[in-house]
Design a protein around this ligand. Structure first.
Ligand code: SF4
Length: 358
């Protein structure tokens, strides 16, 4: 019997043990309705769940939770978010990264207000049509909020499933296979709890480097545990991160810095940056030709920033002027002590910090 059929014969027990573990030790999160909450009559709020799922992608719960709290306080209803000014949303999102998510968040809220009367659609299929909602988020909202039996698979779940089956095909190519392996195990009776349980298992027990198999409800069936090498899974195709170079210029005046808005489409779309050169695989031969004004620019050093597909090395220079000059409509003077009120991403903050060091 191969490992797949050995595991699939345990499906009922895998579901039962995982849900029992979740009922006892699953995480309490501010947006989560736990089984005991449900018994008290609480129901999940699709708006709060959607916000949490979009925000917690690519970041930790500890980092993302204050953003979730801040957004819900400022925009208690999806229609409040839809009515908001996009610049305010971008400024509140600054620091969470992947800024296309913030733009899509706004667009999605407007569609829900305008086309769905302020109510989230209730099926995975309909949710998938909304901007910024991919297969994982659609499956999660449909299962948690509307009890639809879906197959929730994120990076944590991929890791658990790869280990359970000792599947050594490397990511990302193995994603469809891992999804197929996960599907028959998903519990159709408690789809939301099952999905959250599996994500909790990956987030707290079956962790990337040192899984705590002694606390795992799936140890009895786990092929990687049986082989004694859980951390070997999942394998990943290694790729060398390309490096790009750019030059950025911090023009300072009376405690303010000149920033410009990036184009709406693309990386850091709609966010503010220091004026500078395009980012290229070779450093620019004449970086100063991209400076906002002709000055004696003082070089401050280099900022390194890692994006998903490349590493950026940004050479930062600074100049101080005594009178602010007229700016392009795409540029804005921003107080150095109030960067958080503007759509200033982490990269720009790092560059400004370097330029403004004594
Ligand atoms: S037994 Fe260990 S490797 Fe297997 S699923 Fe559990 S924590 Fe992960």
């Amino acid at each position: 019997m191969n490992s797949r059929s050995q595991i699939t014969k345990h499906i009922s027990r895998l579901r039962r043990e995982l849900l029992a573990w979740y009922d006892q030790t699953g995480r309490t999160l501010p947006w989560r309705i736990r089984p005991e909450d449900r018994e008290n009559g609480d129901v999940p709020d699709p708006y709060a769940i959607w916000l949490s799922e979009i925000m917690m992608q690519q970041t930790t719960i500890a980092h993302g939770t204050p953003y979730w709290e801040k957004f819900l306080k400022r925009f208690p209803l999806v229609s409040d978010l839809a009515d908001a000014d996009r610049d305010e949303i971008m400024a509140m999102w600054a620091g969470l990264g992947y800024y296309a998510r913030a733009r899509n968040l706004h667009k999605c809220a407007q569609i829900i207000r305008d086309e769905f009367g302020g109510e989230f659609p209730r099926s995975e299929k309909a949710l998938l049509k909304l901007p910024g909602i991919g297969p994982y988020t659609a499956a999660t909202i449909a299962a948690i909020c509307f009890n639809e039996p879906t197959n929730i698979v994120d990076g944590n779940v991929e890791r658990v499933i790869a280990r359970l089956f000792a599947e050594s095909a490397p990511l990302p190519k193995s994603k469809p296979l891992l999804r197929d392996l996960a599907a028959p195990i998903a519990d159709p009776k408690r789809p939301g709890d099952y999905g959250q349980a599996l994500m909790d298992l990956g987030g707290t027990v079956c962790t990337p480097k040192t899984p705590r198999c002694e606390n795992c409800p799936w140890q009895f069936a786990c092929k990687a545990f049986e082989a004694g090498n859980p951390a070997f899974y999942p394998q990943k195709i290694k790729r060398n991160q390309p490096i790009k170079y750019g030059a950025a210029f911090a023009l300072l005046c009376g405690g303010q810095v000149l920033l410009r808005r990036r184009p709406d489409k693309g990386l850091l779309g709609g966010m503010l940056e220091l004026p500078g050169s395009p980012w290229d695989e070779k450093p620019s031969a004449q970086p100063q030709s991209f400076a906002p004004v002709d000055r004696n620019w003082e070089r401050c050093g280099e900022v390194k920033h890692v994006f998903t597909h490349f590493e950026l090395r940004l050479e930062v220079s600074r100049a101080e002027i005594s009178t602010r000059e007229k700016t392009d409509p795409n540029e804005v003077w921003v107080p150095l002590d109030d960067l958080s009120s503007f759509a200033v991403p982490t990269l720009t903050k790092k560059a400004i910090l370097l330029a403004n060091k004594d």
